[in-house]
Design a binder for this molecule. Structure first.
Ligand SMILES: [Zn+2]
Ligand SMILES: [Zn+2]
Length: 234
């Protein structure tokens, strides 16, 4: 277990189980990583030659271009794009984009669209955080209690939490782990389903005088539960 990840993982699990920020702790971690990478790339890392080599090669996904575009450093983004475009141009034929249609040309273009420097940086740290959460759960009784106090794990992160646990824990331990997290997950699933259903009922005039209960933000909570707040797909 890498010590540098234990503090942020513990902090996210604390924050997600308390107060107003209740949500998926892994979404919180991913969001922090994402904001941090965007700040770095348009700030301290921007002129670092070894990082520029990577951004020239990998580029960015649409979502992360949008985040950078709405940031303050438009010139920085321009400079990153200038050298990225130069690098990408090398992959194309001299005559322009694609001289002869064929599989390898299509592969070249699709590779350009699939990579993202920020996504790959997030994934690097995020997978280690998942690992850390599993190992903390295995070794630290306090962390187990904390895990059972989580409101829920969004489905994409729940999947990755289970995958990581299944590759690090013994069969017996994994079963114990699964029973613990499944209880949290199922409890939230049922409550969320009720809230969404109540939200829909509130549009029926017969329910006009009924209170909203916990359903006012049920739609956005359902989307956050199903898809997560930040995409961290492998
Ligand atoms: Zn999540
Ligand atoms: Zn990205």
């Amino acid at each position: 277990m890498e010590q540098i990840y234990t503090i942020p993982v513990n902090e996210a699990f604390d924050a997600a189980s308390e107060g107003n920020s209740r949500g998926c702790p892994f979404c919180m971690l991913a969001e922090k990583l994402e904001n941090n990478e965007i700040d770095l790339i348009l700030g301290a890392s921007m002129m670092e030659p070894d990082i520029r080599i990577k951004t020239n090669e990998q580029g960015f996904c649409r979502h992360h271009f949008d985040m950078m575009f709405s940031g303050k450093n438009r010139l920085g983004l321009g400079l990153i794009l200038e050298s990225h475009l130069d690098e990408q141009k090398k992959h194309f034929s001299k005559n322009g984009l694609i001289s002869k249609p064929g599989e390898s040309e299509i592969r070249t273009v699709s590779r350009l669209n699939e990579n993202c420097y920020v996504c790959s940086k997030i994934e690097y740290h995020f997978s280690k955080m998942l690992e850390t959460a599993v190992l903390l759960w295995e070794k630290d009784p306090e962390f187990r209690k904390k895990t059972s106090r989580q409101p829920y794990f969004c489905l994409p992160h729940y999947k990755r939490f289970l995958e990581t646990a299944s590759s690090y824990l013994s069969k017996k331990m994994f079963k114990e782990f699964y029973n613990a997290v499944e209880e949290t997950e199922n409890g939230y699933f049922d409550a969320l389903r009720e809230d969404v259903s109540w939200f829909c009922k509130k549009f029926d005039y017969r329910y006009n005088d009924e209170p909203w209960k916990n359903s006012k933000d049920a739609v956005e909570r359902a989307i956050a539960f199903l898809c997560g707040r930040v995409q961290t797909k492998k």
